[in-house]
Design a binder for this molecule. Sequence first.
Ligand code: AMP
Length: 362
Amino acid sequence: MSGPLAPGATIGIVGGGQLGRMLAAAAARLGYRTIVLEPQPDCPAAQLANRQVVAAYDDPAALAELADGAAAVTYEFENVPVAAARRLAERVPVFPPPAALEAAQDRLAEKRFLNAAGVATAPYEAVDDAAGLAAALARLGGSGVLKTRRLGYDGKGQRVLDRPAPEALAEAFAALGGVPLILEGLVRFEREVSVIAARGRDGAVAAYDLAENVHRGGILHSSTVPAAVSDRTAQAARQAARAILEALDYVGVIGVEFFVLADGSLLANEIAPRVHNSGHWTEAACVVSQFEQHIRAVAGLPLGAPGRHSDCVMENLIGDDVARAPSLLAEADLALTLYGKAEARPGRKMGHVTRLTGRVRL
Ligand code: AMP
C-alpha cells in the first residue's frame, strides 16, 4: 500500500460495537466511508457506518465482500478469528497486523510475547489440570489469579486465589477448568494505569498521557488523567508501549494496561490491539482522539500530536447508569457519548462521560 488512502476511500471494520461506532465517526470526519462486518443487525457501529455486512466474522463470502469493498481493513475487538484476519490480509491491507491478534488472544502467548519484547509481567504458569494448579500455586508463593487463557474480558473467566483452602482451589478449577488456564502471580499493586499509543505506517510512534484506571466488578469504571505516577513511571510505560509496537511492526492504536507497584515499577497486564475504553478521554481532552489517531494510522496519514489540553476523568455509564444522561448534560465541561444501544442490561456499557477538570498548557 503506497501513499495515504484517497479521500472518500472505504475502510472496513470487523466488529460492530461502540469502538467500531466511534471509529466510523472518526473516519467520516476525515472524509472516509466505512463498512462494518458484524452479525448483529443495527449494531452500534452500523448506525454510523455507510454499510453493514450482516454475517459471522469468519464467513468466507462476507470476508470477500469486505475485502472487495474496502481499501484497508481494521478491527475493533481482539477476538476476531486470526484465520479470518489472515484471509482478509491476502486481499487487502489489514491493520493492525493479524500477528497482534495472535499475541493478544491467548494470555499465555501474550505474556511470552511481552517478556520477549523486554516488558515485565507478573510471574505466570500454564495450568492444564487440578494437580498442575496446586503445583503452580505453590511455585507462585501460595497466591495467584487463575484465568482462562482465551476469551476472558472485563474480569470474566477469572478467580483470585489468595492463600486458598484446598476446597476453594478445587472449586476454582471446577468453575474454570476444561479449557486451558493460566495462573498469574497475585500482584499487590498500588494502582492500575494504561497507555494508549499509536504507530503510523511510517513507523512514527505517538503515546497519550497515562490514565489511572479503577475497575469495579472487573469492568472499567473510571479513567483519570493524569495518573498519579512519577515521570519516570510514565516514561517507562510509554517506552514499553513503543517496544510492543515495534516488536509487532504494528500500525494503529494499541492499549497497554499495567499494574504500578509501590516502588513505581510496572508490570504489564494486558495488551488490546485496538482502541481502548481507557482512551475514551482523548475525545474530550486532546485535539486528536484515539479514534482519529487509529484512522490516521490505518489510512497512512501522519499521526496527530498526543498532548492533552485538559485534565479529565472519564466514567463509563454501565447498565441503568445511562438513565442519568439527561441530568449529566446539565453539567458544564462535560462531554457525553452514548452508544445507541436500545436495551440497558446490567454490566452493559451504554456510554461514557468525560469531565474536564483543569486546563493544561500545550
Ligand atoms: P484482566 O481481565 O486481566 O484485565 O483483569 C481484570 C482486573 O483484575 C484487572 O484490571 C485487575 O484489577 C485484576 N487483576 C487481573 N490480574 C491480576 C493479577 N495478576 N494480580 C492482581 N490483580 C489482577
